[in-house]
Ligand binder design. Structure first.
Ligand code: NAI
Length: 342
């Protein structure tokens, strides 16, 4: 199969090469997918994209014209892809539903501890030989209540780590039935009311967009810590900013930002005009923003590459990609009508 990898980073190259074993003809380009770059897919069977690529309806229309039959995203999230448009264009979609949930869970912990123990401020002070303890007081995680919104693979890993710290873990997820003994399932309101720390782990969709807004913030404890390694638009950033300014939200740690597309993954330090909302957020005390790097571990990169290549293998063999199917009308329902070895 011929494929082009959009938004490829130099650090991905060796993992993809190792996974591919020269099976597929893969071209790596650093350009993000968009209207102007869709033409690079001409003559290929598949495009391999990432979270900040533009896979909207107009781009999909172009991909179809260039002969693309498959879109494989190197991510869990598929919110950047217009699935209905892909379905209408007869293009199949696959994601990497499970690569290294530990990587993201551990990054959430890194954010919690860095905020709580003021690690970044302490290090910045140490660099200028200021070793005072003023403003560095934190709190222990031991016996704190942590609420996880969405209880899938990442949240399950996080719950296990938090249990090790001695935390009480509350979860809200209306779609899971099997609840392990080390967490307590509660209503969303109970989670808001009881949690010292709240961490977001749902996919981004119309139901979950702006989960965190003025109304939900009102229900939270004063000074709560909010962690977002999910997707930026799970949080209404303007509402969050107001709550940070009043101290209603005491800490915010995020690996994602609602307007991160065309911003994250590139160096914008010399831009004259910068995203004002993000700039204001970054000037708030007790805020840490990382550039969508929670997935960025050696282990995760290899898994992403392996599973992306496996998706191409399956499509080439005219088979369903199984759990990785992210089509609007899931291929899993088509599985039965696919001829074996066809
Ligand atoms: P998952 O699919 O295993 O879990 C998501 C959970 O959210 C499911 O249990 C589902 O039932 C639940 N959910 C869906 N709608 C909900 C709602 N309205 N309220 C409460 N729960 C709801 O996904 P996983 O692997 O745990 O990943 C979660 C999200 O993390 C992904 O969708 C992605 O957006 C984000 N992510 C971020 C990464 C990063 O580098 N920052 C890397 C990987 C994933």
């Amino acid at each position: 199969m011929k494929a082009v990898v959009y938004s490829s980073k130099s650090f991905e190259k060796e993992y993809l090469a190792k996974a591919n074993h020269k099976k597929h003809d893969i071209t790596l380009i650093s350009n993000p997918l968009g209207i102007d770059t869709a033409s690079f897919s001409e003559g290929k069977d598949a495009v391999i994209v990432f979270t900040n690529d533009d896979v909207s309806a107009p781009v999909i229309e172009k991909l179809k014209k260039f002969g693309i039959k498959y879109i494989a995203t190197r991510s869990v999230g598929t919110d950047h892809i217009d699935k209905e448009a892909a379905s209408a264009a007869g293009i199949k979609i696959a994601n990497v539903p499970n690569y290294s949930p530990q990587s993201i869970a551990e990054h959430a912990i890194a954010l919690i501890l860095a905020l709580n123990r003021k690690t970044i401020i302490a290090h910045q002070n140490a660099q200028i030989f200021d070793f005072r303890l003023d403003h560095l007081q934190g709190f222990t995680l031991y016996q704190k209540t942590v609420g996880l919104i969405g209880f899938g693979k990442i949240a399950l890993c996080l719950a296990n780590i938090l249990n090790g710290f001695g935390c009480k873990v509350l979860i809200y997820d209306p779609y899971v039935n099997h609840i392990p003994a080390n967490v307590i399932k509660v209503s969303l309101d109970e989670l808001y009311q009881q949690s010292d720390i709240i961490s977001l782990h749902t996919p981004l969709n119309t139901e979950t967009k702006y989960t965190i807004n003025n109304q939900s913030i009102k229900k939270m404890q004063d000074g709560v810590m909010l962690i977002n390694t999910g997707r930026g638009a799970l949080v209404n950033t303007k509402h969050l900013l107001n709550a940070l300014k009043t101290g209603k939200i005491g800490f915010y740690g995020a690996d994602v930002y609602e307007n991160e597309k065309a911003l994250f993954f590139e160096d914008h330090s010399k831009d004259v005009v910068k995203d004002e909302l993000l700039q204001e957020l970054l000037t708030q005390p007790n805020v840490i923003i990382t550039p969508h790097q929670a997935f960025l571990t050696t282990e995760a990169l290899q898994e992403i590459a392996n599973k992306t290549i496996k998706n191409l293998d399956m499509w080439q063999a005219n088979k369903c990609v199984g759990d990785a199917c992210a089509c609007a009308n899931s291929c899993r329902t088509e599985k039965a009508i696919l001829k074996p070895n066809a």
